[in-house]
Design a protein around this ligand. Structure first.
Ligand code: IPE
Ligand code: IPE
Ligand code: MG
Length: 241
């Protein structure tokens, strides 16, 4: 292997902020939507590679709560692509041991797209190779506010005492309640910020930032990120002595 990877320490859960689709297209004189298409193709490739490398969970940022601010033509282009890839997931998203779950608020999505999401989640629910969590209409702050509201409602209903509110309870109220927090979060596209991705879950994640644009991010780039992660000294606030 080109990068020195310890196969016994592959992260269980990797988050990816798939940024740079627009610039990839602009660089080639193509419409931004072409960049999103190339990004979606690459997601299929990287998911397959991650599965083969032993990654069990991947959470990818595909559409944020803030992305609604984009021109409506771009938003509808992204929605069309989502519809296409989800509708045709078996061929387009690769192998059958892929489980797909969507996290985020998709209530503003077209009903037909919401149906496709529910269908794909149901169709893949027994697959165990890798779980791909696709963050759609997702915002970390929105997720935390929702958790807070649910907890407040339980207190109002007398199902919970304020003294019982703790961090595990908050974690159990997140969209990602079924999966352990990511050990590694990768952001492509050169920006060094979270843009509202997995705020709660990333408390002790290792971050990896790269200038590579998402459609150009290769399996080798993933190995490079994993190698970097494996070289970090994770102290969790303590001392590794
Ligand atoms: C990320 O690529 C995909 C979405 C946000 C939907 P961008 O569209 O943000 O690409 P850049 O950052 O403009 O290059
Ligand atoms: C983050 O990228 C969201 C996704 C990759 C879906 P953005 O392009 O929306 O983030 P900003 O605007 O650069 O912070
Ligand atoms: Mg961007």
């Amino acid at each position: 292997m080109k990068y020195d990877i310890d196969v016994s320490r592959i992260p269980n859960h990797i988050g990816i902020i798939m940024d740079g689709n627009g610039r990839y297209a602009e660089k080639r004189g193509l419409p931004r939507t072409a960049g999103h298409k190339a990004g979606a193709e690459n997601l299929r490739k990287i998911t397959e590679f991650a599965r083969n490398t032993g990654v069990k969970n991947m959470t990818v940022y595909a559409f944020s709560t803030e992305n609604w601010k984009r021109p409506s033509a771009e938003v509808s282009g992204i929605m069309k692509l989502l519809g296409f890839y989800l509708g045709d997931w078996k061929r387009q998203l690769g192998d059958s041991d892929l489980r797909i779950r969507v996290i985020g608020d998709v209530s503003a999505f077209e009903p037909s797209l919401q149906k496709k999401i529910a269908f794909v989640e149901k169709q893949t629910e027994k697959e165990t190779g890798i779980t791909l969590n696709i963050a759609l209409g997702y915002g970390g702050r929105d997720e935390i506010v929702r958790a807070g509201k649910k907890i407040a409602q339980m207190c109002v209903d007398g199902k919970l005492k304020i003294s019982d509110i703790d961090e595990p309870l908050f974690s159990s109220m997140m969209y990602t309640h079924y999966v352990a927090d990511p050990e590694l979060i990768i952001r492509t596209g050169g920006e060094i910020r979270t843009s509202n991705f997995l705020l709660w879950q990333s408390a002790y994640a290792e971050y990896y930032f790269t200038d590579v644009l998402w459609p150009e991010f290769t399996p080798d780039d993933l190995l490079k990120a994993i190698a970097s992660y494996q070289n970090r000294d994770r102290r969790f606030g303590g001392l590794n002595k």
